[in-house]
Design a protein around this ligand. Structure first.
Ligand code: ADP
Ligand code: MG
Length: 690
């Protein structure tokens, strides 16, 4: 079948709605979707019925409210359409079934917002994200709230942040004489991942239980040849990508390009951007399907941020922009940004917001897995800064420093081959080292971890931008001389927040001390980053923009810390088990064999110095490893109960303890006979897909 025929066939999209819904119902529903008008509940029955008929025609027998609890995964509870009717059964989805669900909320994280005595939680239909059919079930995207109304998921606050941004951006645009119905944020998350063979995966308990290898010596061939990036795809990988593309297309997800990444076995998938709410739902579905499709090919898709030490980890690039329903991209500078006060004001607001709320922006991407990336040489550092490029950089410099601005003309570039066309070289080069880079007509937030939900950072981006816009609108509305007031306010913001701008190499050794000098935050671990949410000014921004109540912010931060503590604990226990049960005895077996060899060689007068040296070295290392393990286990047993103390202990005691064990194990792996080494090595895993 042709792509154009099956694209979106599993989605209850606009075309299906138009064809199956009565006209008034369709118009009313569109008003809700396009303009955020409250849902007219009287149309629910008609929509439910059309959805059910459509889903049944695709073979669906069940439906589920699909939601995003405070884990990084989605949740679902399936119910059948089948309803008794006399002696027969009919398929039924009522308006109420569509609009509300009541899953038992007690097994999802809520940090006490939901008492077990009132376990009930509600899911409520989100008509702005289309329903779809997957594996015989109709999936209805929903928000998830507690009996007492607190949000228990990521979608509700995301939608609130989108609404806040829409409201404040429209206020700001009005000052420039621009009227529009809606300002939306758009997001295109580029997703990195590893593909390995399921057979090697099955032999690594650490991959199975924690998603990453907890030890493993560097392979003799890593990424130093720099031959994997954009390299030719292996047949199995290209078959996987083809299958994945087709699957994603059937769900209406525009997976656009797929290529090899820097590390061996690493790849990337980039979707075409769409509005934030749908982009988040699509990314959740994409991650799930990436894993499922891999299974069909005898592969395992690893979404962990750092499955292997010594090779690049996986992140997600959150491309973020703002546009009106009339098609105006608010982050498009145009040819001459110096003559575009609207763009400059919006840019200044975003810069100010990122500086002021750098703590929570960093915290929104904090996780045990991502701690391994941020600050290593592959991902932007844990310090937030903004990169503007060589067009806007000098313009902002000139405003702040009061210098004359000499616009950089785009140079017509030629690739030196006479037949190839002249093309203008982009004014914004790709600075891959910046956590928050301006890339032409959008910002690219690059600190996200590969397995995290993209909802979290987008909730923050939308909220802090809304706050900055509202302050600008308050300041400028009623100004006697708007043009002048606007230029002055823009310059004031840029001056106040100039420290966040950094247009150079973020991986360089000079940046960290320089950032500290500028007073920028450098929270390297989740335990240190997340408490930013408890600061008064950070709680206030959520409350002011109507995104979270104070209780909700605190609960979310506590849940993030709890998840962190649990993750590190599971890793520590898994490491200790693998070392005790497998590595330690395996090394001993090899030492015993060496001792046998030594005794035999000795009896015939052959030289055995090398064997003796090796046996001694391995004995020493294995002893040291056992000691390190004892320390790890002892420290783990004494973890305090209080959350802040336990997360600090995990970050600053348990993680270094695990590291010490690993170093010793990795040294032994290099010396141990492969006959005895009990686990697949990095080379076995990274080159497992032929
Ligand atoms: P690269 O980052 O490799 O230079 P592109 O600039 O083509 O590649 O885009 C990367 C990602 O940015 C894609 O997922 C794309 O959909 C997304 N993107 C492009 N324009 C926007 C926009 N206005 N808003 C949000 N995302 C966008
Ligand atoms: Mg990118």
């Amino acid at each position: 079948m042709n792509v154009t025929e099956y694209f979106g066939t599993n989605v209850f999209n606009d075309e299906v709605m138009k064809n199956t819904l009565p006209r008034e119902v369709y118009t009313s529903l569109r008003r809700t979707i396009d303009e955020g008008q409250p849902l007219d509940t009287s149309i629910a029955s008609a929509v439910a019925n059309a959805m059910k008929d459509w889903a049944a025609s695709k073979g669906a027998t069940h439906y589920t409210h699909w939601f995003q609890p405070l884990t990084d995964l989605t949740a679902e509870k399936h119910d059948s359409f089948v309803t008794p009717s006399g002696d027969r059964a009919i398929l039924l989805l009522t308006g109420k079934n569509l609009i509300v669900g009541e899953p038992d909320a007690s097994s999802f994280p809520s940090d006490g917002m939901r008492k077990t005595s009132a376990a009930r939680g509600y899911t409520a239909w989100d008509p702005t994200s289309p329903a779809f059919v997957k594996e015989g079930t109709l999936y209805i995207p929903t928000v998830f709230i507690s009996y007492t109304g607190e949000t228990l998921d990521k979608k509700a606050p995301l939608l609130k942040s989108v609404t806040a941004l829409d409201l404040q951006a429209k206020r700001l645009l009005k000052l420039f004489g621009i009227e529009c119905r809606k300002v939306s944020t758009t997001v295109g998350p580029e997703q990195e991942y590893f593909l390995i063979d399921e057979e090697v995966y099955a032999k690594r308990k650490d991959l199975i239980l924690t998603g990453r290898t907890l030890f493993g010596a560097s392979p003799s061939r890593g990424q130093e040849m720099e031959d994997h990036y954009f390299g030719a795809l292996k047949t199995r990988v290209s078959e996987y990508m083809r299958d994945l593309d087709e699957t994603l297309w059937s769900y209406g997800i525009y997976a656009k390009s797929e290529h090899n990444e820097v590390a061996p076995a690493q790849h990337e998938l980039a979707p075409v951007f769409t509005t934030t709410n749908i982009a988040v739902d699509n990314n959740q579905l994409t991650m799930e399907l990436m894993k499922k499709v891999a299974k069909r090919h005898g592969l395992v898709c690893l979404l962990h941020e750092k499955p292997f030490e010594g090779v690049n980890g996986s992140g997600k690039h959150n491309n973020w922009s703002l546009s009106t329903d009339t098609g105006l991209n608010l982050l498009d500078p145009g040819e001459t940004p110096e003559d575009n006060p609207r763009f400059m004001l919006i840019l200044a607001c975003v810069i100010a917001a990122v500086d002021k709320y750098q703590g929570i922006l960093r915290a929104s991407v904090a996780s045990a897995g991502n701690d391994h990336r941020l600050g290593a040489d592959e991902a932007p550092p844990a310090i937030i800064s903004v990169y503007l490029g060589d067009q806007l950089g000098p313009l902002v410099d000139s405003i702040v420093l009061g210098r004359e601005y000499v616009p950089k003309k785009p140079v017509p570039g030629s690739i030196g081959v006479p037949e190839s066309p002249i093309f203008p070289i982009d004014a914004t080069d790709r600075n891959r080292t910046s956590p928050f880079a301006f890339t032409g007509n959008k910002f690219e937030f690059r600190m996200l971890g590969s397995q995290a939900s993209v909802a979290d950072p987008n909730i923050i981006l939308n909220t802090i931008a809304a706050q900055a816009f509202s302050e600008a609108a308050d300041e400028l509305s009623g100004a006697a001389d708007f043009k002048r007031a606007c230029a002055e306010y823009t310059a004031k913001l840029l001056k106040e927040h100039y420290r966040i701008i950094f247009n150079y190499n973020g991986y360089g050794p000079d940046w960290e001390p320089e950032a500290v000098r500028r007073g920028l935050l450098d929270n390297k671990t989740t335990a240190d980053a997340v408490p930013e949410f408890f600061k008064r000014e950070n709680i206030d921004v959520f409350v002011r923009q109507g995104v979270y109540t104070e209780k909700e912010v605190v609960a979310r931060a506590n849940i993030a810390l709890t998840n962190y503590v649990k993750t590190i604990r599971i890793e520590a226990l898994t490491l200790s088990e693998m070392m005790r049960q497998d590595v330690y005895p395996a090394v001993n077996r090899y030492i015993a064999e060496l001792c046998d060899v030594i005794a035999k060689k000795k009896s015939v007068g052959a030289a055995f110095a090398a064997d003796l040296a090796l046996a001694s070295k391995l004995s020493q290392l294995n002893e040291a490893m056992a000691d390190a393990l004892k320390k790890l286990e002892g420290d783990l047993a004494e973890t305090p109960a209080e959350l802040s103390a336990s997360s600090q202990k995990m970050a600053h005691v348990i993680v270094p303890d695990m590291d010490a064990v690993r170093r010793l194990s990795d040294s032994m792996e290099k010396l141990c006979s492969s006959k005895y080494w009990p686990f697949p090595t990095y080379a076995d895993i990274l080159y497992s897909v032929k």
